[in-house]
Design a protein around this ligand. Structure first.
Ligand code: SOE
Length: 399
C-alpha cells in the first residue's frame, strides 16, 4: 500500500459521532458569481468532509437590488436576506462573514466584520491597494478573528501536491517560476463598461483579477518576491456605459507582463490578460528546479505534469502526467475514487472546510490557505508592478 501522503492537511479533527455535530451560522455579503460559487461550497462541504467540525447554516445574504438578493436567498438556501450589510455584521447567529462583494467594498465591510468579532472570508484581490489591505490585516489581528483571502487555486489537490514536492526537496534548488493567467472575455470592443474595468471599483484590471492569483501561487510555491519589472497596457481605452448611455474611459490595465526576482534566487515571469481569444480560464504555472520540473494548468486542474532529471529508465525519461485523484493525494480521501475528478467550484469547498475547522477547533489555518497576510503581500506586489509599469524601472518588493 502506498504510504499515504497527506502533506500539510490535517484532515478533519476527531471523528465526531453524528449526533453532536454543531451548526455554524454563515452570512454572505454579495450574491453574484462568487456568491453562487461560495454558497455551493458552504452547502457541499459538510457531506464531502463528513463528519465536519460543524455544518454551515446559511443565515442571511445581503445585496442589492432587493428583488435579486431575495431570489438569491431562495436559490442558494439562505434563511433570510437583507439590503443592509450592517444587519449581517450585527447578527449574533452569524459567526462567519463571507465577503463576495466587488473589490471596493472588501476593506470597509471586512474591517467592520472584524470589529464585530466575525470570522471572515474575503474574495481576492483583497483590496484596491496595499494600503487598504494592510488596514484589513491589522484589523483581523487586532480583533483576533480567523481570516481567509480566497486565493482558491492554492487549494487544488495538484497544487498542494506540487507544494509538498517542493517542500520535500524533490525539485532541489528552484530556478524559475513561470505563470500566465489568460482569458478572452473582454476582447470585444462592444463589451460594456463594468466595475472590473473601473479603477475606483476594482483597483486594477487583469493584474488584480487574474495576476494576483498567480502572484499568490508564486509566493506559495516559489517563495517571497524580491523585485518586479513590468509593463501594462490598456488595449480598449473606452467602453460604453449602459447606465449613463455614454462612453467611459477605461482606467485600468487590460494586460500585464512582469519579470519577477525571488529572494531565493529564482527568476520568472507573470502574465495576465483577458484579451486572449481561445483561452477560457487558462491559469498555467511551471516551476523548474535543479532536479526536475513541474507544470499545471487550471483547464486540466486534476493533472500535475512532472519531469525528474534522474528518473529511470533513462530511455523513457520525459514529462509525465499525474492524475491527482488518489486517496493519498491532498484532500482526495474525502472526494471520490481515483480518476473521478473534481472541478473549479470544489476549491471553494476546501476553503469552507478550512474555515469551519479553524473556527470550531480554534486552530490556525493550514499553510495552503491564504490569509489576510497573504492578501496584503499579494497587494504589495501588485502595487510594485503598477509602480514599475509607470517608472519603467525595476521596483523592489518591501512588505
Ligand atoms: C474573472 O473572470 C474570474 O472570475 C476571476 O475573478 C476569478 O478570481 C477566477 O478564479 C476566474 O476568473
Amino acid at each position: 500500500m502506498v504510504e499515504r501522503k497527506v502533506g500539510f492537511i490535517k484532515m478533519a479533527s476527531e471523528k465526531k459521532t453524528i449526533g453532536d455535530i454543531p451548526e455554524i451560522g454563515v452570512g454572505m455579503i454579495g450574491h453574484a458569481f462568487m456568491g453562487k460559487a461560495h454558497s455551493n461550497a458552504w452547502k457541499k462541504m459538510p457531506y464531502i468532509f463528513w463528519p465536519p467540525a460543524a455544518i454551515p447554516k446559511l443565515i442571511s445574504i445581503c445585496g442589492i437590488p432587493e428583488e435579486s438578493v431575495a431570489e438569491a436567498a431562495k436559490r442558494y438556501g439562505f434563511l433570510e436576506y437583507t439590503t443592509e450589510w450592517k444587519k449581517i455584521i450585527n447578527d449574533e447567529r452569524i459567526k462567519i462573514v463571507d465577503n463576495v462583494t466587488p473589490n471596493f467594498l472588501h476593506a470597509k465591510l471586512s474591517i467592520e466584520a472584524a470589529k464585530a468579532g466575525k470570522n471572515i472570508i474575503c474574495e481576492k484581490p483583497m483590496a484596491l491597494n496595499a494600503k487598504e489591505a494592510k488596514e484589513m490585516w491589522d484589523a483581523v489581528k487586532k480583533y483576533g478573528v480567523k481570516n481567509i483571502c480566497d486565493y482558491n487555486y492554492r487549494m487544488v489537490p495538484a497544487i498542494v501536491l506540487a507544494k509538498n514536492l517542493i517542500m520535500d526537496g524533490k525539485l532541489g534548488k528552484l530556478f524559475h517560476f513561470r505563470a500566465r493567467y489568460l482569458q478572452e472575455w473582454i476582447v470585444d470592443p462592444d463589451f460594456p463598461m463594468i466595475w472590473k474595468l473601473r479603477k475606483a471599483d476594482c483597483g486594477s484590471g487583469a493584474l488584480g483579477d487574474l495576476g494576483s492569483h498567480i502572484i499568490d501561487l508564486g509566493r506559495f510555491l516559489c517563495g517571497e518576491v524580491k523585485s518586479v519589472m513590468a509593463v501594462t497596457t490598456t488595449f480598449i481605452k473606452e467602453r460604453y456605459n449602459e447606465a449613463t448611455k455614454k462612453k467611459e474611459k477605461v482606467d485600468v490595465d487590460d494586460a500585464v507582463a512582469s519579470v519577477v526576482e525571488f529572494r531565493n534566487g529564482a527568476i520568472g515571469t507573470i502574465e495576465a490578460s483577458r484579451f486572449c481569444p481561445g483561452r477560457k480560464n487558462y491559469n498555467y504555472v511551471e516551476i523548474n528546479g535543479e532536479k526536475g520540473s513541474i507544470w499545471w494548468d487550471l483547464e486540466n486542474m486534476n493533472n500535475l505534469w512532472v519531469f525528474w532529471k534522474e528518473e529511470e529508465p533513462i530511455d523513457t525519461r520525459g514529462f509525465h502526467c499525474v492524475n491527482v485523484t488518489e486517496s493519498y493525494h491532498p484532500y482526495y480521501e474525502n472526494w471520490w475514487p481515483h480518476g473521478h475528478i473534481i472541478g473549479w467550484e470544489d476549491t471553494f469547498v476546501h476553503t469552507a472546510y478550512h474555515m469551519v475547522n479553524a473556527v470550531i477547533n480554534d486552530v490556525e489555518l493550514e499553510p495552503m490557505v491564504a490569509t489576510f497576510e497573504d492578501g496584503y503581500k499579494a497587494a504589495v506586489i501588485c502595487d510594485a508592478i503598477l509602480k514599475s509599469s509607470k517608472s519603467g524601472r525595476k521596483e523592489k518588493v518591501v512588505y
